[in-house]
Structure formats: structure tokens, C-alpha cells
Design a protein around this ligand. Structure first.
Ligand SMILES: [Zn+2]
Length: 141
């Protein structure tokens, strides 16, 4: 198996569904992200068969909401001095701002740049959110 050196201080985003790693990577680490980061894809996992993992060599505020939006099974491990110091669970957020765009083409949120649409969780199983402006049901893609 591919070996990657463990990190002493940083964050390991684990149990990402195989194939979703790049999406998580692109969502969390846009332009300007300055810490060393590796994306491991198709790593063998006892529980999942295959999974993706992201390791960041530095601590930063991970957006747990966006991770929950992508996949609630993702786990976030905070490593300090080479030891696991904290395990964070992610969950589908009840309220989400940003990342989701309304499906309704006539929704005001598409026309007014000042408007940042808020979406409320509508159906947890189907991962559907309702737009606060027009009540359209939208799923995060
Ligand atoms: Zn809308």
C-alpha cells in the first residue's frame, strides 16, 4: 500500500467516499490555501472497501457544515504532537448559506448580488433544502 508520512500537527479528513476526495479538496482548498496538503485516493478501508483521505499539515478552521453537506460519514481528526487529539463528527447542516444555489431560475437570489440565499434543511434522507426566498426545493450537487 502507498505510504504517506504521518503528520505531527494538522488535520486528517478521513472516510471520504472514494471518488469524492477531489470534490472535498476543491471545496475546502481554493486559491490561496497555503499549507501543505495531500489527497489520497482509493485507499483500502476495512469498513468502506475504498476511501479517499486528505491530510493537511497545519490546523485551520475546517468548515464542518460543507463536509456534512458533501457526506455525513466524513470524519475529521485533529492531530497534535503526533497524537490524535480530537475527532470531529460532521452532520448535514440544518441551515446552509453559500455553496447551495437555488434551482428556481427566477429566484431573486440569482439576480441580486447582495443577496446571500439561506437554505433550510427540508428532507434529511433526500438531502433536500428549501430556499428561503422562493420555497423551491434544491439538492446540493
Ligand atoms: Zn430560491
Amino acid at each position: 500500500m502507498l505510504e504517506v508520512k504521518g503528520i505531527d500537527n494538522g488535520i486528517v479528513i478521513d472516510h471520504i467516499k472514494a471518488g469524492d476526495g477531489l470534490k472535498v479538496f476543491n471545496t475546502l482548498f481554493g486559491e490561496g490555501f497555503k499549507y501543505p496538503v495531500v489527497l489520497l485516493m482509493n485507499v483500502c478501508s476495512k469498513a468502506m472497501g475504498k476511501k479517499d483521505i486528505i491530510k493537511v499539515e497545519n490546523t485551520f478552521d475546517v468548515d464542518l457544515d460543507i463536509l456534512g453537506l458533501i457526506d455525513e460519514n466524513i470524519t475529521v481528526n485533529i492531530i497534535k504532537d503526533g497524537e490524535l487529539s480530537e475527532k470531529k463528527k460532521v452532520a448535514l447542516p440544518e441551515v446552509m448559506q453559500g455553496y447551495i444555489t437555488c434551482k428556481n431560475p427566477r429566484c431573486i437570489s440569482h439576480f441580486d448580488n447582495y443577496v446571500d440565499p439561506t437554505f433550510k434543511l427540508y428532507n434529511k434522507e433526500k438531502r433536500e433544502f428549501v430556499c428561503e426566498f422562493c420555497d423551491e426545493i434544491t439538492r446540493f450537487q
